[in-house]
Design a protein around this ligand. Structure first.
Ligand SMILES: C[S@@+](CC[C@H](N)C(=O)[O-])C[C@H]1O[C@@H](n2cnc3c(N)ncnc32)[C@H](O)[C@@H]1O
Length: 258
C-alpha cells in the first residue's frame, strides 16, 4: 500500500520534474510522522509543493528553451537577460547590469574564481557560464538542470549541472572549489529539515562561501527580513569560517565567508 502511494507520487505529472530522491525523502518523513497513509500522502503533497514552489512555471520553461535557441543568432546581453528572467530568483537580480555589479562586489572579496559550485542553482549558471566562469550547479529541478546542460552543449559554455537533493547523501561534491554559492537557499533547507542549513554549509569544501537571503517578500514588501536573516546568519557561522564580506542589494542580503 505504502509503496503504491510512493509510486503514485513519483509518477505524478506534478512532481515528475523533481529529483526522485526528494520525493522519496519527503515521503519517508511523512510516513514516519503520520499513521494513516491518507494523511501521510496529503502532507507529502503539501511539502513537495512548498519545496518546488513556483520558481519556474511550465510556460517559463518553454520560453527559456526558445530564448536559448534565439541566443544562437547574436549571443547578446539582452538575450541573456531574457533567459535569466525565466526563473524567479535570477529575475529578481535584473537588469543584467545589477547582476554584473553584484558579482563585481563578490569578486572584489574572493578574486575572480577558477571554479564555482552553485548549490540549489536554479538557472543561475547560465549567467556564470556566459561570463566565462567554470561552474558546477546542483538543483532538484530537472528542467533547470536540463537547461544548463543544454546551454553548455549548444554553446560550449564551461558549466554543468546535476539533478540532486542536497539533503540526500552524496549530493555535495567532495572536490574543492574556489567559491561556493548558497543563494537564497538556507531558509528553504531549514524549512525542509531543521539543522539542514548548517549540515550543508559544513559539508561544502570551498575557499569562499557566498550565502544570500531574500530581503523582500515575493510581493516586494519589506517586512524586516534582512534583520531577521542577519541575526540568524551571525549566529550560524560554521566552525572554522569567518565573515569577510557583507553587503546588501535592493532585495537580497549577502555574506561572504572564508
Ligand atoms: C529560491 S531558488 C534559488 C535559485 C538560485 N540559487 C538563485 O538564487 O538564483 C531555490 C532553488 O532551490 C532548489 N532546491 C530546493 N530544495 C532543494 C534541495 N533540497 N536540494 C537541491 N536544490 C533544492 C529549488 O529547486 C530552487 O531552484
Amino acid at each position: 500500500m505504502n509503496s503504491d502511494l510512493l509510486g503514485k507520487l513519483l509518477a505524478s505529472r506534478k512532481y515528475r520534474d523533481i529529483c526522485p530522491d526528494t520525493v522519496r525523502r519527503v515521503w519517508d518523513a511523512c510516513q514516519r510522522r503520520y499513521k494513516r497513509p491518507k494523511d501521510a500522502e496529503k502532507a507529502a503533497r503539501e511539502a513537495l509543493h512548498g519545496i518546488t514552489g513556483a520558481f519556474m512555471t511550465p510556460r517559463e520553461v518553454a520560453l527559456l528553451a526558445d530564448d536559448m535557441r534565439a541566443w544562437h543568432a547574436d549571443q547578446t546581453d539582452a538575450g541573456l537577460e531574457r533567459m535569466l528572467s525565466r526563473h524567479a530568483s535570477t529575475r529578481e537580480r535584473l537588469p543584467l547590469a545589477d547582476t554584473d555589479a553584484l558579482y563585481g562586489r563578490l569578486f572584489e572579496v574572493t578574486g575572480r574564481p577558477q571554479s564555482m559550485l552553485d548549490l540549489a542553482c536554479g538557472i543561475n549558471p547560465l549567467y556564470l557560464g556566459a561570463r566565462g566562469i567554470r561552474t558546477t550547479g546542483i538543483d532538484i529541478s530537472g528542467q533547470a538542470v536540463a537547461s544548463i546542460n543544454a546551454f553548455a552543449s549548444s554553446y560550449g559554455m564551461p558549466v554543468s549541472a546535476v539533478c540532486a537533493d542536497l539533503l540526500c547523501p552524496g549530493a555535495i561534491p567532495a572536490e574543492r572549489f574556489n567559491v561556493a554559492l548558497l543563494f537564497k537557499l538556507l531558509p528553504l533547507l531549514e524549512r525542509q529539515r531543521a539543522g539542514a542549513a548548517m549540515d550543508v554549509m559544513s559539508a561544502v569544501d570551498a575557499d569562499f562561501m557566498a550565502v544570500s537571503f531574500p530581503t523582500r517578500t515575493l510581493g516586494g514588501r519589506n517586512v524586516g527580513m534582512a534583520a531577521q536573516y542577519a541575526a540568524w546568519m551571525e549566529g550560524h557561522i560554521p566552525e572554522g569560517r569567518t565573515t569577510v564580506g557583507r553587503f546588501e542589494t535592493e532585495n537580497e542580503l549577502f555574506y561572504v565567508l572564508s
